[in-house]
Design a protein around this ligand. Structure first.
Ligand SMILES: Cc1cc2nc3c(=O)[nH]c(=O)nc-3n(C[C@H](O)[C@H](O)[C@H](O)COP(=O)(O)O)c2cc1C
Length: 400
């Protein structure tokens, strides 16, 4: 897994704890594995260990002051967050956990946390009673629900002399989780992922159509995440206003029939098919050649569109096949039935009463082995990665 580390940009946030000195060892291990590490220290952290130690070992300036724009350092809190592959905060104090949970932004690290979209891993360390306090536990729960990864502290002797849970997680545990999070970005190398995205439009006449509220954001988030994890990615997209992620091969279609053709033509080379498009089930039986004139009532006959997912299921072979189910009632029951009927490996069930077109979503994943995983409301980017985490396991034939 060595390639996972090389050239990766990690931000190591260091806060003010008796365990601050352990961050020095974490930094040495990260750089030793080939990662580029930028250290950000809180004011309290600098009371425990001097920035010079981190500066020497990272060979980079240590970022401490929000209000000093040193252009020689070429890096402000937004720029630092933008290029990062991971933000690791170790140790994380109760204070910093509270700031992150409630969006306070009064120093470099808390501003950076709010402005980055990269994965975030926190390794809390504190006294036993502090860690057990409801305020800390509720703040951690809030962060977890937003997709932040947190490591449980270890049980053992604490600086206070007490025995309990509060010690910074073991170095090897921290390194393993960091490797897993970075490794996400490499684990689809060699795969060809075909993603369908957006709505379809079924024309009634030259200017009118039947469609739905899908924006394509979920499909495009999956395409981008799959690309970041090393896959060759194709998107077959219905009409959306979204930009094509760099490096992704895009085919635009309008109707369900066009999407059906485009998917089947690409199936041969596809190893993972993820059908996130909201395909119209029906189309008008005729398309008026001219704009339809006003009448008191109009009856439109609708025909069933071809079922892309069912056809892909019939031609499945060794491919991994992922479908989506958007429902307003009996979500899990309907999803389970669709999973079986269409020979899917995984179905992502989306209760559209919670949301459909927004930046975040709340889904439940069901697989053929009957495993059900309910995710909290997360960004579509994070949901995309969680789906791909499952796809990787299915692709390897492991059903963990
Ligand atoms: C000797 C000493 C050890 C401390 N150890 C911890 C600790 O392990 N965990 C913690 O949450 N706070 C600890 N604190 C308290 C924090 O340093 C304090 O809450 C500070 O405001 C944290 O600021 P920061 O989150 O910006 O780094 C300690 C304080 C002192 C004086």
């Amino acid at each position: 897994m060595k390639h996972v580390w090389e050239g990766k940009e990690i931000i190591l946030g260091v806060t003010g704890s008796i365990a601050t000195y352990k961050a020095v060892e974490i930094l040495r291990e990260l750089t030793g594995r080939g990662a580029n590490v930028t250290v950000v220290m809180t004011e309290s952290a600098q009371r425990f260990v001097a920035p010079l130690t981190f500066e020497t070992l990272s060979r980079r300036p240590v970022l401490t002051d929000l209000f000093t724009l040193d252009y020689n350092k070429h890096i402000g809190h937004v720029a630092a967050g933008e290029r990062a592959d991971l933000l690791l905060v170790a140790p994380t104090t109760a204070n910093t956990i509270a700031k992150f949970a409630h969006g306070l932004a009064d120093d470099f690290l808390s501003n950076l946390y709010l402005s980055t979209t990269c994965p975030v891993l926190l390794a809390p360390a504190m006294d036993r009673e502090m860690y057990a306090h409801r305020a800390v536990q509720e703040n951690l729960a809030l962060l977890k629900a937003r997709g932040v990864h947190t490591l449980d502290p270890e049980y053992g002797e604490l600086a206070s002399g007490l025995i309990g849970r509060g010690r910074l997680a073991d170095l090897s545990t921290i390194l393993q989780i960091v490797e897993d999070l970075l490794g996400r970005q490499q684990d689809l190398t060699g795969e060809t992922v075909l993603v369908t995205a957006g709505p379809t439009q079924e024309p009634l006449d030259p200017v009118r159509y039947l469609s739905n509220r899908s924006t394509g954001k979920m499909g495009f988030a999956i395409a981008q995440a799959a690309r970041d994890r090393g896959a060759h990615v194709m998107v077959v997209s219905g009409p959306t206003s979204l930009a094509t992620p760099a490096g992704v091969l895009r085919t635009d279609v309008t109707t369900a029939e066009e999407m059906y053709q485009a998917v089947l033509e690409r199936l041969d080379t596809t190893t993972i098919l993820i059908m996130a498009a909201a395909v119209a089930d029906y189309r008008p039986s005729t398309r008026a050649p001219q704009k339809m004139k006003k009448q008191e009532t109009i009856t439109i006959e609708l025909l069933r569109n071809p079922d892309i997912l069912a056809e892909a299921g019939r031609q499945k072979g060794s491919r991994v096949l992922v479908g989506f189910a958007a429902e307003t009632e009996d979500l899990l029951e309907n999803a389970r039935e669709k999973l079986q009927k269409k020979h899917l490996d995984l179905i992502v069930a989306n209760d559209i009463r919670v949301g459909f077109a927004g930046e975040t979503t709340r889904v439940t994943m069901l697989d053929r082995q009957g495993r059900v995983e309910e995710l909290p409301e997360l960004s579509k980017r994070e949901v995309a990665h969680r789906i791909l985490d499952r796809v990787v396991v299915l692709r390897r034939g492991e059903h963990a």
